[in-house]
Design a protein around this ligand. Structure first.
Ligand code: 13P
Ligand code: SF4
Length: 347
């Protein structure tokens, strides 16, 4: 079927896409993706049918690396807004689309650039670490970003005696403090409603029902759950653990658990909490994805000054293997003038 076929002319309203069958939507998505030279990036919490059509599926770190490296002209991001923004920051020359602009991350919205600057004024010597679950405006203020995969490593790259302002997740900040032994981490009070709502009673119940299972929990969960878990890791780390183990109790969003159970039907993967569902991630549907590709909507755009400064802190994270040093006054001056500094991993 060619793209010139009437089947692939954009349909007038989003309702027309809802009326198509799953197979028709997938066919349309594939054809349109080829036509636009687009790549579909999907987070591990996406609905299974979206995961099935994603060219790359992963955690926040893997997705940002993929966004930085892709040769595609268009990135369609099936995740939440900060992830699509991150893709735009790292790939400014590409068009970045989201199937539903309302798919935001409530944790990211706990902190704004203005509120962060106020805290920075109170702690002028502190390094600012922004969890990637934050807006580009907040990343622009940060010295370095981190994800759940590399938060401990990022903290270790900052001198021991330098205080750290860690935004916006208090649970991840506490985990990093506990892992590194640092007493100088000042945590923002934000949290993820999906992970913070998981409680010990649920963990105990799951363990009693599956005494042979290992318990793995995402670091956005509360400290008592992290202490009780056998392992703490990102969603990509959980996917790796599922390859190696036959029985796991998984403390994160259900989308990941359902997909693992589907992929390994002979293994036992149970959600630590059946209620752990991120409604924001689930706003993306196959019908909206097809609509997004057909209508080339909704495009994510960024103020260039914010983008350049956010890129600096993201590149530092991606470039961590070379270690991290506070930017010199000259580097800061060049950044403010919109000139990319050398030696920070910028393309
Ligand atoms: P990961 O980076 O582990 O995929 O986590 C992202 C996220 O939003 C968790 O709630
Ligand atoms: Fe944000 Fe939590 Fe949803 Fe992740 S699971 S996108 S942190 S609200």
């Amino acid at each position: 079927m060619s793209i010139a076929s009437p089947l692939f002319s954009p349909l007038p309203t989003s309702l027309d896409y809802v009326r198509l069958s799953g197979d028709e939507l997938v066919e349309r998505i594939q054809a349109r993706k080829r036509h636009l030279n687009a790549v579909i990036l999907g987070h591990n919490y996406q609905r299974t049918e979206i995961q099935d059509v994603s060219d790359f599926l992963g955690d926040s770190l893997g997705l940002s690396q993929e966004a930085a490296d892709t040769d595609a002209d268009v990135i369609v991001f099936c995740g939440v807004h900060f992830m699509a923004e991150t893709a735009k920051v790292l790939s400014p020359g590409k068009r970045v689309l989201m199937p539903d602009l309302r798919a935001g991350c409530p944790m990211a919205d706990f902190v704004t650039g203005t509120a962060l600057r106020r805290l920075m004024d109170q702690h002028p010597d502190a390094a600012v670490v922004a969890y990637v679950n934050s807006t580009a405006e907040v990343k622009a203020e940060a010295d370095i970003c981190c994800t759940s995969s590399n938060a401990v490593r990022v903290a270790c790259s900052i001198p021991d005696d330098q205080p750290i302002l860690f935004v916006p997740d208090k649970n991840l900040a506490n985990y990093v403090a506990e892992q590194t032994g640092r007493k100088n981490i000042i945590a923002w009070e934000g949290y993820c409603y999906v992970h913070d709502d998981m409680v010990m009673e649920e963990l105990d119940r799951a363990r009693a029902a599956h005494p042979g299972a290992l318990v793995v929990v995402h670091p956005e969960a509360r400290s008592e759950l992290l202490e009780a878990a056998d392992a703490v890791t990102s969603t990509a780390g959980m996917v790796e653990m599922a390859e190696e183990h036959d029985e796991l109790i998984i403390g994160t969003e259900r989308g990941l658990v359902d997909r693992l159970a589907q992929r390994y039907p002979h293994k036992t993967f149970v959600p630590l909490s059946g209620a752990a569902i991120c409604g924001n991630m689930k706003l993306n549907t196959l019908a909206k994805l097809a609509w997004s590709l057909d209508h080339e909507q909704y495009e994510v755009t960024l103020d260039e000054d914010i983008r350049v400064r956010a890129e600096r802190s993201l590149r530092r994270m991606l470039d961590l293997s070379g270690g991290w040093q506070a930017p010199s006054d000259e580097e800061r001056r060049l950044e403010l003038a919109g000139v990319r500094p050398h030696g920070c991993g910028c393309a």
